[in-house]
Design a protein around this ligand. Structure first.
Ligand SMILES: CC(C)(COP(=O)(O)OP(=O)(O)OC[C@H]1O[C@@H](n2cnc3c(N)ncnc32)[C@H](O)[C@@H]1OP(=O)(O)O)[C@@H](O)C(=O)NCCC(=O)NCCS
Length: 160
């Protein structure tokens, strides 16, 4: 899917590196009720079958890291563990750039489905995923530490 609202951006999608971890952890704390610790992200950089990307760039007062996406290839499944953009940069198309890069990778490694979990209350993210054709496949009861349920969302890739 092409960007629906392409905007000029100084950010580029790049492999996540150790020097990005402090900024990733900051965005994570500002984005999630129960954030992953920096060490979780660091461990992902060393594991096989992982896909870890950041948006890097920014000008003037913009942050150097604008967002990130971490995923894992599990046989035919490409599972997105984390996606977030800096709260100051939301609704500018940055999340779409990250997700579209990940979907492109999922296709190139031959995945037949892209999967993820999302909080029921996270309406912006649910809408974001739906706009790509993700379906709410089933509900996971009390999936999160605070007891909230998740929807498992699935995108079947074309040609699968
Ligand atoms: C989900 C997230 C990554 C999207 O990033 P973003 O940079 O804002 O995304 P984009 O600007 O590229 O896309 C915006 C799309 O998100 C959806 N969206 C965003 N805010 C929305 C809102 N308040 N209500 C409904 N849909 C919304 C829409 O589909 C919108 O597309 P549109 O502008 O064409 O209508 C971002 O909101 C985020 O980091 N949230 C906090 C972390 C999080 O919840 N991650 C997902 C966990 S499963």
């Amino acid at each position: 899917m092409a960007l629906r609202n392409p905007i000029p951006s100084t950010y580029a999608v790049a492999p996540a590196r150790v020097e990005d971890l402090d900024e990733i952890a900051r965005i994570e704390r500002e984005s999630f009720l129960v954030p992953w610790k920096k060490e979780f992200f660091a461990a992902e950089l060393d594991e096989p079958y992982r896909y870890a990307r950041v948006l890097v760039g920014g000008r003037d007062s913009e942050p150097r890291v604008g967002g990130y996406l971490f995923a894992v290839s599990l046989y035919e499944e490409f599972h997105i563990n984390k996606i977030a953009t800096d709260p100051r940069l939301r609704n500018l198309g940055h999340g779409r750039r990250l997700l579209e890069d990940a979907l492109s990778r999922a296709r190139s490694v031959g995945a037949t489905a892209v999967t993820l979990e999302v909080r029921l209350s996270n309406l912006p993210a649910r809408e974001f995923y739906r706009s790509y054709g993700f379906r709410e496949a089933y509900r996971r009861k009390s999936y999160y530490q605070d007891g909230e349920d998740a929807y498992a969302m699935v995108l079947a890739l074309e040609g699968s």
